[in-house]
Design a protein around this ligand. Structure first.
Ligand SMILES: Nc1nc2c(ncn2[C@@H]2O[C@H](COP(=O)(O)OP(=O)(O)OP(=O)(O)O)[C@@H](O)[C@H]2O)c(=O)[nH]1
Ligand SMILES: [Mg+2]
Length: 350
């Protein structure tokens, strides 16, 4: 499942510092020669791909990046200091385009890859540079050049890290609303969701993952029941499945354990590899039960399924238990990313 994460930013490199027109002033040296130094370089702005990031969300909050100007040159042969460059960290896979020309400035496909977005202005020359045999007291100097300025479009193709799976009405869309800024429709009838939705789950600064909410699945989906099982293809490239179960079904005859098994069977029919993907149980709607009863039902379900993988009790509707869930997911994904990095050392940042 892919979608495009986008941001529009403006980058303004720093102006170069002006050169200086100054003359030496010393005791007993009546007319000292020129000693005006050059201006410093203005700060440039670069983008660098960083595999620890996976969204452009930071660039929705801060949109304008302005580097500092270089310092002007001074007398006594002092050159002005150059300004610091600004480095914008972006996720690997970010494509950067100039808004006006549409030209692609950078396609940062590998960790550590770097691109110049706006060049700082060169510093001006001090009068020292203009000294010659015919003009020993030049008053000329040049001004610093302006820095480049650009309006940019940033675009990233995002692949979901985590997929939500479950029967209709299990509360998948409610959960993604609780933990991300995605706003899919929620309603108390089956098959509310007809299109996959993606949301970015932000756990902390620089720690986030992408979650996919897909339409509900029912027994017989492989034979076309409900909406069929075509939507399962959106889960194929995820790293983890969260299997949602309504632990307080309206109809007391419904056996949640049987439902879990039915979904697992549908996964196998669709693609045995998908059935082998890590899958955690998320027992939802705990708010409808008193805490003791919720614990009892969860324990009974886990026992009946002989469940050995992680499981969580949550209530998407009020966010209860979701924090613990998303932190566990984040840690699981980070461990996987570290492993992948270790396996391909050539992708390490220089
Ligand atoms: N009490 C309670 N109700 C919930 C909870 N989560 C979801 N619901 C309700 O359950 C119904 C179905 O929720 P959805 O989030 O639309 O379920 P879904 O799994 O996305 O359903 P489909 O899109 O049809 O597959 C809605 O009426 C929700 O308000 C919860 O934690 N507690
Ligand atoms: Mg839904």
């Amino acid at each position: 499942m892919k979608f495009f994460d986008e941001a529009r930013i403006e980058v303004l490199a720093g102006k170069g510092g002006d050169g200086s027109a100054s003359f030496r002033r010393e005791k007993f040296v009546p007319r000292g020669g020129p000693d005006g130094g050059d201006g410093g370089r203005g700060g440039s702005i670069y983008a660098v791909a960083d595999s620890n990031l996976n969204t452009l969300i930071d660039y929705r909050y801060t949109r304008i990046f302005r580097a500092k100007p270089g310092e002007p040159g001074r007398g006594r042969d002092c050159n002005g200091k150059g300004a610091d460059d600004i480095i914008l960290r972006v996720p690997v896979g970010t494509v950067i385009r100039d808004q006006e020309s549409g030209e692609t400035l950078a396609d940062l496909a590998r960790d550590g890859e770097r691109a110049l977005l706006a060049k700082g202005g060169r510093g001006g020359l001090g009068n020292l540079n203009f000294k010659s045999s015919v003009n020993r007291a030049p008053r000329q100097f040049t001004r610093g050049e302006p820095g480049e300025e650009r309006k940019l479009d940033l675009e990233l193709r995002v692949i979901a890290d985590v997929g939500l799976l479950g029967m209709p009405n299990a509360g998948k869309s409610t959960l993604i609303r609780a933990v991300s800024s995605a706003r899919p429709k929620v309603a108390d009838y089956p098959f509310t969701t007809l299109q996959p939705n993606l949301g970015v789950v932000r756990v902390d600064v620089n720690r986030s993952f992408v979650m996919a909410d897909i339409p509900g699945l029912i027994e017989g989906a492989a034979e076309g029941a409900g909406l069929g099982h075509q939507f399962l293809r959106h889960l194929q490239r995820t790293r983890l499945l969260l299997h949602l179960v309504d632990m307080a079904p309206f109809d007391a005859d419904i056996d949640p354990a049987a439902e879990v098994k039915a979904i697992a069977a549908e996964l196998r029919k669709y693609d045995p590899a998908l059935a082998k993907k890590p899958r955690w149980l998320v027992l939802n709607k705990a708010d409808l039960l008193d805490p003791e009863e919720a614990k009892k039902r969860a324990a009974a379900l886990v026992k009946k399924l002989r469940w050995t993988k992680p499981w969580f009790v949550v209530a998407g509707i009020n966010g209860e238990g979701t924090r613990e869930l998303i932190f566990a997911v984040m840690e699981f994904l980070e461990a996987g990313r570290r492993e992948a990095k270790g396996a391909h050392p050539e992708h390490e940042a220089p």
